[in-house]
Write a new protein. Structure first.
Length: 631
């Protein structure tokens, strides 16, 4: 294990303090000058089932996760069984010694399917389905077992409540202590995780001391990590980043109906409805004044956002797959009536309710085609936490400039990715304001425009008619075939305008040398793992690049055709079963991508998976590699 490359997994029951443990550890390492990158995986029940956080800690800024992990902290015995194949040579497995008598049949919170699969693996290895058997299995893979008396170490501090309440703190403290990071950094992590709760902080600091004393007494320290200069950074999730971007982008009205994983964005906005931002003009604080409304359903959410946009207010809504399905008619209405509204679309595993809290990228074609009839919409995608900030700003700009619905697509993996962001620059994206007509009676849908963009009108200032039916320039209903042709062409003309005006780097980017042995194609959260894979392949003398696609409508056809036209070996990487981005590429360029790395079991894609799959494709072991790692 490299001292500057640590992969850490903390697992336990949903609601069992996993997030708090992760906050303690990430804060401790961040204060020591390290970069932290992680993904939160959680079960769809409210409390009890297995959840975990997978972190990578490096001096340089990590962009991906990998298996096997270096440390596994199990806050319950189920975690050891759930992640039996995520360990390798040198993995430190830390758990409470009371788990030693645990039998698999008593794992009340494991899925029966998972339990049966684990039992079968152990039986095939002639091992018993209990902690003794799983420990032997882990040791056969090179793991080191640390059975530690958690309860004894915790209760010696006369803590309030059951000892299990502090398993997360002790597990985190022992891990950080074994890595040789000062106790002061861990103490600061505690103060951050429980800020504002002095009594809780005091008790947890005692538990941390117990953990450090235990590691010292048994000489368990395996490293002595260097401390680097602290730099101001923000620890953000993808949900947090979109929230910040929307506020900086001038959002004033947001609607939502609660749904995973979109809700975190809206609830964070609710908590900052009266937030103040630095003025771009004079660097003084001014009120952002955002209003957030939880509606009765997603139909109401999109139509309420439409209505707010018609008053000249920058408006948006946020949802996930099932909710987006209900929004189809409202989005179609926005397309017909040229309403500038943003829909932030968090993808998760489907179909139907599917995997409510797991990753997916199977809604790309849905985003491109939702709503009946043909109408212009912009569809953009983000690939890392920092991008989420500025893409959220741009989405609001695009809606205002082109008077159409903008769909900002983010996958669940990215929504729940935690990353340290060096800085946030509100001036990086210049806000575009709609030019609202000063005329009283306006031709809201004026046909005589060179770019398809008609005069903007808002309720309360201008007079115009609005209907979901086809209409003339004033908005009156018409079925005249001549006007229908011209109005359809006018609306779609806006896509041509957007395509011409939006910079190429906001639509697609080529990372790496133009003439490479391998050209990866991807979108969304696979961006980071692939960029890291490219660096790893260099060590094997393999030169690779990445065609990273951000905008799917309007699609950068000529650029994609140019890049792929000179590629030697093309590998498409997506988290869906049908390679949807590859289909979009074929539809727009005529180029068919034969090699795919696909993952659709709902878990995040890792660096090691991509590397192994790539080498399998190179060796011609398959043109489609399906990944199934994860827990």
């Amino acid at each position: 294990m490299s001292e500057t490359d640590i992969n850490l997994l903390i697992g336990g029951p949903q609601g069992g303090g996993i997030d708090s443990a992760a906050n303690m550890i990430s804060r401790a390492f961040a204060l020591a000058g390290y970069n932290v990158f992680g993904v939160r995986e959680y079960h769809s029940n409210i409390k009890g089932r297995h959840s975990y956080i997978h972190y990578r800690i490096m001096k340089e800024r990590p962009r991906s996760l990998k298996y096997p992990v270096d440390f596994m902290v199990a806050l319950d015995p189920d975690t050891v069984f759930e992640h039996m194949d995520n360990v390798g040579n040198g993995t430190k497995v830390i758990y409470d010694s009371s788990f030693d008598s645990f039998e698999l049949k008593n794992a009340r919170m494991m899925n029966h399917d998972t339990m049966s699969r684990v039992r079968s693996i152990l039986e095939e290895a002639s091992l018993t389905p209990d902690m003794k058997g799983i420990s032997a299995y882990l040791k056969s893979k090179g793991a080191e077992i640390y059975s530690i008396p958690f309860e004894k170490l915790i209760t010696q501090n006369s803590v309030d409540g059951p000892a299990t309440r502090y398993y997360n703190t002790l597990g985190a403290a022992i891990t950080v202590a074994m890595l040789g990071l000062d106790e002061d950094h861990m103490d600061d992590g505690i103060r951050y995780a429980f800020r504002g709760k002095d009594k809780v902080i005091e008790t947890n600091l005692k538990v941390v001391k117990s953990g450090y004393d235990y590691v010292k007494s048994l000489n368990l320290k395996i490293d002595n990590l260097e401390v680097f200069e602290r730099k101001p950074r923000l620890m953000l999730s993808g949900n947090d980043a979109v929230t910040i971007g929307k506020l900086m982008g001038g959002l004033r009205f947001q609607t939502y109906y609660p749904i995973t994983p979109a809700s975190d964005e809206s609830t964070l906005l609710e908590a900052h409805e009266d937030v103040k931002l630095l003025s771009r003009e004079n660097e003084k604080l001014k009120s952002a004044g955002v209003v957030v409304v939880q509606t009765e359903d997603e139909l109401a959410a999109v139509n309420m956002a439409n209505g707010a946009a018609l008053t000249g207010t920058r408006s948006a809504t946020a949802t996930s797959g099932p909710g987006f399905s209900l929004m189809a008619e409202g989005i179609s209405f926005a397309g017909m009536t040229e309403i500038p509204v943003v829909v932030t679309f968090y993808q998760r595993g489907g179909p139907s309710t599917g995997l409510p809290t797991r990753n997916g990228q199977a809604d790309l074609l849905f985003a491109l085609n939702t709503g009946h009839g043909e109408f212009p919409r912009i569809v953009i995608s983000s690939g890392d936490v920092e991008e989420c900030i500025y893409d959220a700003m741009k989405a609001l700009n695009y809606a205002q400039r082109y008077q159409m619905p903008v769909i900002h697509v983010i996958d669940k993996n990215l929504a729940n990715t935690m990353d340290l962001i060096p800085t946030v620059d509100p001036k990086r994206v210049k806000l575009i304001k709609s030019e609202i007509s000063n005329e009283k009676l306006i031709k809201r849908y004026m046909l005589d425009t060179s770019n398809g963009i008609s005069p903007m009108g808002v309720f309360g200032r201008n007079i115009f008619w609005m209907t979901g039916d086809e209409h003339d320039e004033l908005g009156h209903v018409t079925e005249d075939p001549f006007i229908r042709d011209r109005m359809m062409e006018k609306r779609m003309k806006k896509l041509e305008t957007a395509d011409a005006e939006i910079p190429l780097e906001d639509k697609a980017i080529l990372f790496g040398d133009e003439n490479a042995d391998i050209t990866y194609v991807t979108w969304g959260s696979q961006k980071g793992p692939i960029l890291d894979a490219i660096e790893e392949l260099k060590k094997d003398g393999i030169n690779a690049n990445l065609l990273y696609i951000k905008m799917f409508e309007p699609f950068p056809s000529e650029f994609v055709k140019k890049v792929l036209g000179r590629a030697r070996l093309i590998i498409n990487v997506e988290s869906n079963m049908t390679a949807q981005a590859a289909k979009v590429i074929r539809m727009n360029t005529g180029i068919e991508i034969e090699n795919n790395i696909l993952k659709y079991n709902g878990r995040h894609m890792t660096l090691d998976e991509i590397l192994k799959a790539t080498k399998d494709i190179i060796k011609k072991n398959g043109y489609m590699v399906v990944l199934n790692n994860g827990s």
